[in-house]
Write a new protein. Sequence first.
Length: 523
Amino acid sequence: MPSANPNLIPILGDQLTLGLASLRGRSKDDTVVLMMEVWDEATYVRHHKQKIVLIFSAMRHFAAELRDAGWTVDYVELADDANSGSFTGEVARAIERHDPRAVQVVEAGEWRVQQAIEEWPDKFACEVRILPDDRFLCPIADFRDWAEDREVLRMEHFYREMRRKTGLLMTSDGKPEGGEWNYDSENRKPPRDGMSAPERAKFEPDDITLACIELVEDRFADHFGSLDRFEWPVTRAEAEEAADRFFAERLADFGAYQDAMVHGEDDLYHSMLSTSLNLGLLDPLDLCRRAEQAYRDGEAPLNSVEGFIRQIIGWREYVRGFYWYFMPGLESDNALNAQRGLPEFYWTGETDMRCLADCVRSTRENAHAHHIQRLMVLGNFALLAGVKPRAVQDWYLVVYADAYEWVELPNVAAMVLYADGGRLASKPYAASGNYINRMSDYCKDCAYTVSRKTGDGACPFNALYWHFMDRHRDRLESNHRVGRVYQNWDRMGAERQREYLASAEAFLDTLTPAEPGWARDTA
Ligand code: FAD
Ligand code: DLZ
Ligand code: SF4
């Protein structure tokens, strides 16, 4: 039983870490932890059903873990009659219940939530302390200092600093292990025929998860996504088991097949750990150290280990810093003035384009698709077709179990859509069907023919690619990484160019925009 006037420590749904800054050094006798399932968070977009089950189940398990460790936890369930529906409302009610001397909270992962938290000191009579989230390796202020000094921001430069800072894969004389910082050129192998990776660890829902599934089936029945299977880790122990299996069985091939895609093979050699990392069940630095150890023990090659570490201390930290540096503007950037509605097939999966249909299927069934599917199939199509950034952003935020705005938005707005005008990526990731054909087995059984460029039966990515390049010539021609493409375009001659453009337009005319309401109730 905590003392009178305890410290009240709200822990948000993605802060499920025992060593969280707000808990560290606190006395259990003097603290009430507050956890809140709130309607506002469950519905600000219409999250995939598995995402809601995952977060609620992980929160409930974490509350149990805290109680077992001796903490007092005040847990507000969504179905509580008095639930106010918002974080601020629930903290206000908890202040009435516990009369705390201070509220101590770790900064939120998302801008929207952080804005609400920053109002608490004015709203509440007790002291409110907002602490940095030191589960990330690069504090927001450090990223700002780093970014302010440069004309162009590039992940690769940031990543080298993170390697030096953490000492990961560094030699004793301060050089990168193996002599290179980046082994990406070894990480682009197409899939082998019939390639199938060892299955990731999958977890049977326990009673807590089953109760969350029932809640979601009852209250969120019309949200996107399937709950036929729910296999995500929801506790620290399960997440550790998933990581163990990845290191033992898939890390060695992670690098080589990082960009490969195989129809029906949803995980391949990816770690599938993003949901656990983002919830706080796994520690990023710990995972990287384990990967490094696997390399030093001769269990995984350098290209795989460096690739994995770069995703975590490089991309993951970089996009988080980028998000806080460019918010709130990033949300409304639209440098390419893309105005098309999101095609309906992103929700239904009903398209003859086999690559897209498979990626949407995996998204619906697993609340997951791997990076290259998100970037070069689903994202590439939205970029080439000129779909408006807000619609694409909403879709990605809804459909993936690992989606929080701090990581989703930079990836979608900046990496995929170039909506930031090139602050994150040096050029748009635009590609024709040829790229998808090289990196996957999708094309061989597709209704479209990848080698056909225009006209009936031609792979739509081919004409869309040139349509995109042509309509953004003014902006892209001067980009030294793209400019050469226009020499090829010009060599085609006016008639062939017209065929490409007409083919793309005919295809775009066939797209049915999604009905409003899939992503947001107010859409
Ligand atoms: P692995 O391939 O095993 O990679 C290991 C880890 O590296 C991941 O778990 C993740 O933590 C990190 N990582 C890899 N790439 C990135 C990246 N580009 N940005 C940030 N972290 C990265 N990741 C999310 O966690 N949440 C999102 O909402 C999200 N949205 C994305 C949207 C788009 C359009 C794109 C192109 C990428 C997005 N990513 C997102 C990044 C990446 O696709 C996922 O992190 C990855 O697919 C998760 O699967 P995994 O754990 O098997 O990753
Ligand atoms: C995504 C989400 C959902 C669906 N529900 C909750 C919730 O009920 N309670 C909670 O604490 N967090 C939830 N989250 C995560 C938040 O929306 C948000 O992403 C984090 O608080 C980071 O700012
Ligand atoms: Fe996708 Fe084109 Fe290949 Fe079909 S032919 S799977 S549409 S890239």
